[in-house]
Design a protein around this ligand. Structure first.
Ligand SMILES: Nc1ncnc2c1ncn2[C@@H]1O[C@H](COP(=O)(O)OP(=O)(O)O)[C@@H](O)[C@H]1O
Ligand SMILES: [Mg+2]
Length: 263
C-alpha cells in the first residue's frame, strides 16, 4: 500500500476537496482506495454523511488501537472506494497534540489498512505540519501540498520549505509529490500571476503541472457530499483530477508504486 498525506500549513486551501476528488479518481481507475479523515473537524466525514460525528473513526483508533479496522471502514457505492471518518478527537488532539505522541499508532493504523487489502491510502489532514498531522506525514510514503493560487499564498513558501525539510529529516523516505495549485482563477490576472510566481519560487519538480481551477461546482459537490465527478455536469472537473492522478502515479513509479499500471 502507498500512503499519501494531503497537508498544508494553511486551512481553506482545498485539502479536503482535493482529497475527496483525487481519491475518487484513483478508485474509479480501479485502485482499492481508502480515504482517511485525519482532521478533527472532520470535513470529509461531514460532507459524507450527516451522522459522521457518530462514526467510529481515526481518532478513536488513536485512543484505542484495539478497535478492529473493519469497524472503522465505511464503504461507498463504488466498490474500490472506502472511507474512515475522523471520529472523536480529544480537545488536546483537536488543538494539534504533541508531535511524536501518536507516531506508533498512526503507523499501526496504516499497517492495518494495508493488511485489509487497500492499495492506496489518502489521508486528509488538519492544517499545519505539527502534532498529529506531523505524525501522519512522518508515517506516510508521500506528501501532496495543496496551495491556493493567490498573492498571499506565495509568502508562506519559505516556511513551507522549512517545514518540509524538518519532516524529511524525521522521515528520510518521504517522497514530496509537490505543491498542487488550487482555486486557480484563469480569468483573474492576480491569480494567474500568483501561479506563475509560485512556479518561479520553487524547484520545477516541486510544483505539479495540473492546476485545480476555481469552480462553483466544487462548492455544490461538497454541499451534497459527493465527489465532483458524480455530478451531472462534473465530467469536466473530473478530467482535472484524472490528470493529477496520472502525474502522481508517474512520480510514485520509481518507488515501486504501480497503481493503475498493474498487470
Ligand atoms: N477548486 C475550487 N473551486 C471552488 N471552491 C473550492 C475549490 N476547492 C475548494 N473550494 C471550497 O473552498 C472551501 C475550502 O476548501 P477545503 O477543501 O475544505 O479546504 P481545506 O480542507 O484546506 O480547509 C470549501 O468551501 C470548498 O468547497
Ligand atoms: Mg479540510
Amino acid at each position: 500500500m502507498i500512503s499519501i498525506a494531503i497537508s498544508s500549513q494553511k486551512g481553506g486551501v482545498g485539502k479536503t476537496t482535493l482529497s475527496i476528488n483525487l481519491a475518487h479518481s484513483f478508485a474509479r481507475a480501479g485502485v482499492k482506495t481508502l480515504l482517511v479523515d485525519a482532521d478533527p473537524q472532520g470535513s470529509v466525514g461531514l460532507s459524507l454523511t450527516r451522522q459522521s460525528r457518530l462514526l467510529t473513526g481515526f481518532y478513536d483508533y488513536l485512543a484505542d488501537p484495539g478497535i478492529p479496522m473493519e469497524r472503522l471502514i465505511v464503504p461507498t457505492r463504488l466498490e474500490t472506494f472506502s472511507l474512515v471518518a475522523s471520529g472523536q478527537a480529544s480537545d488536546y488532539e483537536a488543538s494539534g497534540g504533541t508531535m511524536g505522541a501518536h507516531l506508533a499508532r498512526v503507523r499501526a493504523f496504516l499497517r492495518s489498512a494495508a493488511t485489509s487489502g487497500f492499495e492506496l491510502c489518502l489521508i486528509d489532514t488538519a492544517a499545519g505540519l505539527f502534532g498529529v498531522t506531523g505524525d501522519v506525514i512522518t508515517s506516510s510514503d508521500a506528501i501532496l501540498i495543496p496551495q491556493q493560487a493567490e498573492p498571499l499564498g506565495i509568502r508562506s513558501v519559505p516556511k513551507l520549505l522549512e517545514g518540509l525539510n524538518r519532516l524529511r529529516v524525521m522521515n528520510p523516505r518521504l517522497s514530496v509529490l509537490g505543491v498542487c495549485l488550487t482555486m486557480v482563477q484563469n480569468d483573474l490576472a492576480e491569480s494567474r500571476e500568483a501561479a506563475v510566481a509560485l512556479r518561479q519560487l520553487l524547484p520545477a519538480e516541486m510544483v505539479l503541472q495540473t492546476q485545480i481551477p476555481r469552480d462553483g461546482l466544487f462548492v455544490r459537490a461538497s454541499a451534497r457530499g459527493l465527489p465532483i465527478g458524480v455530478l451531472e455536469d462534473g465530467a469536466g472537473a473530473q478530467v482535472v483530477f484524472d490528470s493529477l492522478r496520472m502525474e502522481i502515479e508517474a512520480k510514485l513509479e520509481p518507488n515501486g508504486g504501480q497503481l493503475t499500471a498493474r498487470g
